[in-house]
Design a protein around this ligand. Structure first.
Ligand code: NAD
Ligand code: WQD
Length: 341
């Protein structure tokens, strides 16, 4: 079966492409490379010994997307392509809504026109917003995220629900990722943020490799065990395998129509201080840090109830925190400048 993967050259996309190839799916990647490098896919090809069809294009370009659907017989779409920087989304909200919401609508229109109905969407724990108690469970109502980025994910989930109500052939899965970290165990592919990293692990890794002086820990006065925020960190290869599990689930459930949401997380909250300690232990080196003020919009703590994915997708996050840290380090230390090196 041929799977179209939008945003497949990016961090989660490249790991998922690798897992798909290892599970005998054929892959076509459609990516504008706005936040990634083609080198990630070259490396996936080397690691798997399989070919990745690549088309450079924007999801807002319906003509180009249409050509892809005409050229290939596509069985399903996994949709990663989006802008994802929370802070930036507050500065340029229109770009985020254009790219993440309008772009997704373009893709869905082209899919509908070509009678392709199976769709897996990169959603996020951020859709639970500030209203819901932890652990988050899929039966909770969609919340009100504090950023335009988060709002764009809620909007797309709404679009998918409305589409499913109007089109009895549509088969959608929203995968709500918690905090993906780590890298493929080879150290050949990993997260390669442009500029100063926004997320915790890439920042810690860049301090460890000497590219940044010290980590700022955003707040130690939260109502948590050690005062720092808690998140549900999961290994990116577990997350990648969650996509294969979702595709297998769609293929097993021929009579399914509608939209299903699944949380992909470990079910455990881990604090920022605990992450720093675990990283120090994995690399046997100290990470210099200072405690600085809270970051606007951060919630004190959230983690997943992942029972639905465990039971229905037969998926579990299997890799532990030690492996997440050592794989991050293997990637960062052998590629200090990411794919540019
Ligand atoms: P990423 O930036 O590494 O990957 C996104 C990819 O999409 C990039 O290769 C980029 O070039 C491409 N892209 C962006 N806009 C495009 C467009 N208009 N047309 C074509 N390609 C485009 O990010 P990632 O961390 O791999 O995230 C993948 C998806 O998962 C995103 O939808 C993101 O919102 C979602 N997500 C990420 C996280 C996380 O912590 N990384 C958590 C939850 C959800
Ligand atoms: C984790 C913790 C920070 C950087 C974001 C998005 C979310 C999802 C994943 C896409 C927080 C602390 C961070 C630093 C720090 N993305 N931190 N110093 O904020 O949980 O989630 O990425 O959907 O939508 O909001 O992840 O990695 O930015 O932060 O102390 O330099 O690390 O305060 O507690 P977050 P993160």
């Amino acid at each position: 079966m041929k799977v179209l993967v939008t945003g497949g050259a990016g961090y989660i996309g490249s790991h998922t492409v690798l897992s798909l190839l290892e599970n005998n799916y054929e892959v076509i990647v459609y990516d504008s490379l706005v936040n990634s490098s083609i080198e990630s896919l070259n490396r996936v090809e080397k690691l798997t010994g399989k070919k990745v069809e690549f088309i450079e294009g924007d999801i807002c370009d319906k003509d180009k997307l249409s050509e892809v659907f005409e050229q290939f017989t596509i069985g399903a779409v996994i949709h990663f392509a989006a802008l994802k920087a929370v802070g930036e989304s507050a500065k340029i909200p229109l770009s985020y809504y254009q790219n993440n919401v309008y772009g997704t609508v373009c893709l869905l229109e082209v899919m509908e026109h070509n009678n392709v109905h199976d769709f897996i969407f990169s959603s996020s724990a951020t859709v639970y917003g500030e209203e819901n108690d932890v652990p988050y469970v899929e039966t909770m109502k969609l919340g009100t995220p504090s950023s335009p980025y988060g709002a764009s994910k809620v909007m797309v989930e709404r679009v998918l629900n409305d589409l499913a109500l109007s089109d009895s052939n549509f088969r959608g899965v929203s995968l709500r990722y918690f905090n993906p970290i780590g890298a493929h165990e080879s150290g050949q592919i990993g997260e390669d943020p442009k500029g100063i990293p926004n997320n915790l692990l890439p920042y810690v890794a860049q301090v460890a490799v000497g590219k940044r002086e010290k980590l700022s820990i955003f707040g130690d006065d939260y109502p948590t065990q050690d005062g720092s925020c808690e998140r549900d960190y999961l290994h990116v290869m577990d997350l990648a395998q969650g996509h294969v599990a979702a595709l297998d689930w769609l293929n097993r459930h021929n009579d399914f129509t509608g939209v299903e949401a699944f949380n992909l997380g470990t079910g455990n909250g881990v604090s920022v201080f605990a992450i720093v300690k675990a990283f120090e232990k994995a690399i046997d080196k100290t990470i210099p840090f200072e405690v600085s003020p809270r970051r606007a919009g951060d919630l004190p703590a959230f983690w997943a109830n992942a029972t639905k994915a465990n039971e229905q997708l037969n998926w579990h996050a299997e890799r532990n925190l030690t492996q997440m840290m050592s794989d991050t380090w293997r990637w960062q230390s052998s590629n200090p400048n990411g794919y540019l090196a």
